[in-house]
Design a protein around this ligand. Sequence first.
Ligand code: NAD
Ligand code: IPM
Ligand code: MN
Length: 369
Amino acid sequence: MASYKLLLLPGDGIGPEVAEGLKTVLGALKETGLASFETETDLVGGSALDAHGVPLADATLQRAKDADAILLGAVGGPKWAGVPYENRPEAGLLRLRKDLDLFANLRPAICYPALAEASALKRDLVEGLDIMIVRELTGGVYFGEPKEITSLPDGGKRAVDTQVYTSAEIERITHVAFDLAAKRSGRVASAEKHNVMKTGVLWKEVVTRVHAEHYAHLELEHVLADNCAMQLVRRPKQFDVLVMDNLFGDVLSDIAAMLTGSLGMLPSASLGAVDDKGLRRALYEPVHGSAPDIAGQDKANPIAMIGSLAMCLRYSFGLGEAADALDGAITDALAGGARTADIATEGTTPIGTKAMAEVIAQALKARVG
Ligand code: NAD
Ligand code: IPM
Ligand code: MN
């Protein structure tokens, strides 16, 4: 059995708690013989700031570059509210994404059969839901320059963020979306605001061209991002693969999360380009944040983190069978009635983070053994 080098970056708030849950599952994977890992752990976000004075130390970035894959919990929290903008915990995560060129963020929103009642929407709207949000992750308003606050002569201030996209950046994320769609229903919806933004005009133009040149046999629909938000709540199953820029992807994936029952359910994969050896850099992380309101209470749902490991098995290591077994173990745990507080519905008694990870680990062993 090959052994892969994983870098664990638990981060802040509930990050370390869901990362502990992840370790339980890594142990079970090894026991079943499905996959084996060498793991190193390091600091990111507020915890790195406390230890090193920066939210991502250069040595950690180097370790991230040397790892076969990175698993990250979450960063941020009220403790660091007063630190300078450049050093805020979130800047550590953004530097990882940018410096590793992890431009393609895959955020699958799947409504597990047992959780249809936990969704914010009615059962028939979400039952069987399986959409894939493809979020551009290294461009747009997150990184565009200028980005500043300046003082005005009248004593007021002026804040600027800059949304920038090149055609090359839009092209590569469009390829990711269509390549995924080709293995799914063959349908891509591209969300932008070409009615207001120049980047939206270019986005629509490039997506249209890439579709016509390379994927004319697949279906493309353009949807304005505000309408897309509404359609996600009105009739989410109309969508299969959705592709969008960095900021729209951030916002619309939190909406999609609630269709599945909780933000604690959504995993993600942030992928770089495939190199000549067929390898790619990758970071896997839950879509949720550090959840300061429940941190340290063994209440966090570890499924988004554990689901991110399943994505790692699939996308970084080609271990489809192990990934299916892990996704299946999550399905089994939920079908057996295991619920953390965020997804608890009438008739279920919530269990903690550790217990949920343990139930999933046992379900995995039961599937394989
Ligand atoms: P959040 O995602 O941390 O929490 C939003 C709500 O969802 C909270 O009520 C929280 O309790 C709940 N929630 C989130 N994850 C959960 C889980 N696994 N189980 C159960 N409930 C869960 O968003 P926020 O409160 O807006 O942000 C808190 C901090 O996290 C901020 O500093 C923000 O920048 C950061 N953040 C980090 C990431 C990341 O590291 N990738 C993502 C989002 C937000
Ligand atoms: C996410 C988070 C991050 C983002 C923050 C923490 C920088 O909200 O991964 O969804 O905005 O991309
Ligand atoms: Mn977000």
